[in-house]
Design a protein around this ligand. Structure first.
Ligand SMILES: Cc1ncc(COP(=O)(O)O)c(C=O)c1O
Length: 397
């Protein structure tokens, strides 16, 4: 795919990049929308040259290349690689940076499955992990060892919506020559541009905001070409390639990413204010709120406070279950970032494998309901959540 437009190359506007940032074929007589190259392989391979572009497991199918390039442009980074899931992007990025005898320093505040990978899989490969409280720089610095090969964090965190400032960590990483990988799934490149903050590898579960319609599973990793190529070489070994059709769907979704995320941001902020002080609600968690512990950091680091919202309801886990059962428009489902409003109870789903005492220490109370605020009318959502809160208060199961 060639991109021959000087204007499109230079834009940093995410609305423009979401549409044109993946490059474009010839304009005259060509399709407005790039076609799906639903082919496992391409002719060739007998002349002794590089065959990686001829077989779609290597991540160089035109549809895979297009979304990787587009997300890299959105992040302001050199290169991007599309993979078959967010976990594929996470696991291969980590493995690309460490080897047996190595060490990873990771934030304690992580998506439960990422944490399980670091905790259970890395030791099996002879890699040690130290989990740190990501606030400030000291814990990261104190945890470093001569064999440390990677620093790892999330922004904002799932499900607690903490916004730990990645800039001092990036500065430490730069000084020590250790890559910093950051899972920015909850922010999306609209609310946080990794290239502007010195992050070495930005990772997305593209299943979430990038895909945005809850109809595909995908991941993307962006960074310097050399680092991304290391991840690509593991992709060719382990094989979690993104199917060309899913890559095409993802590219379709990226065209509306900026407008969707802007509305997710606005609706979540409006709902955060609506929930605050309502009967049945113990706490509202959203980085836009002045009482959020990282409100000031979020103002400095993010360009939008995000579409995820936490509501701690009265009555602990059973209160949270009652709340979910009272919903008619929003619905429980174990994902986020789509056009429809979805809820989850992290203590019963994504973080169920973490012991209760630790969940408490991380700020995940039993009554926490994580809300992925969709694009529906805000009044309809308020009505729906109002019914659910009545159910919490009345104690109806
Ligand atoms: C923050 C975060 N990172 C990564 C993942 C994993 O993504 P996937 O389900 O696309 O593998 C998730 C899934 O919920 C997530 O919330």
């Amino acid at each position: 795919m060639t991109d021959d437009s000087g204007d499109r190359r230079e834009s940093t506007d995410p609305h423009t990049l979401g549409i044109h940032g993946g490059g474009h074929g010839s304009r005259e007589g060509g399709p407005v929308v790039p076609p799906i190259m639903q082919s496992a392989a391409f002719f060739g391979g007998t002349d002794g040259g590089d065959v990686s572009a001829l077989y779609s497991r290597y991540g160089k199918n035109p549809n895979q290349l297009q979304v990787g390039a587009k997300v890299a442009r959105l992040e302001g980074m050199e290169a991007g690689l599309a993979l078959g899931s967010g976990m594929a992007a996470i696991t291969l990025s980590v493995l690309a940076c460490v080897r047996s005898g190595g060490h990873v320093v990771a934030s304690r505040h992580l998506y439960g499955i990422t944490r399980r990978f670091l905790e259970l899989e890395l030791p099996r490969r002879g890699v040690d992990v130290t989990f740190v409280d990501p606030e400030g720089n000291d814990a990261w610095r104190d945890a470093l060892r001569p064999e440390t090969g990677l620093l790892y964090m999330e922004l904002p965190t799932n499900p607690t919506l903490r916004v730990f400032d990645p800039r001092p960590v990036a500065e430490l990483a730069r000084r020590k020559g250790i890559p910093l990988a950051l899972d920015a799934t909850f922010a999306s490149p609209i609310n946080f541009r990794g290239g502007e903050h010195g992050i070495d590898l930005v990772i997305h579960s593209a299943t979430k905001y990038l895909g945005g319609h809850t109809d595909l599973i995908a991941g993307v990793v962006c960074g310097r070409q050399e680092l991304v190529e290391r991840v690509r070489s593991l992709l060719s070994l382990y094989g979690p390639a993104l199917d060309p059709h899913a890559a095409w769907l993802l590219d379709r979704s990226l065209r509306t990413l900026a407008v969707r995320v802007e509305r997710h941001n606005r609706s979540a902020e409006a709902l955060a204010h609506w929930f605050r002080g309502r009967a049945g609600v113990e706490e509202v968690i959203h980085p836009s709120l002045g009482e959020h512990p990282d409100h000031d950091v979020a103002r400095r680091v993010l360009s939008g406070f995000g579409g995820m919202l936490g509501v701690v309801v009265e009555g602990g886990a059973s209160g949270a279950e009652r709340f979910c059962r009272g919903l008619r428009l929003a619905a429980p489902a174990p994902t986020l970032g789509g056009v429809e409003t979805l809820v989850a109870v992290p203590g019963l789903s994504s973080h169920a494998t973490i012991p209760e005492s630790e969940r408490k220490a991380l700020g995940i109370p039993e009554g926490l309901v994580r809300i992925s605020v969709g694009l529906e009318g805000i009044t309809d959502l308020e009505t729906d959540f109002g019914h659910a809160l009545e159910r919490v208060r009345s104690g109806i199961a």
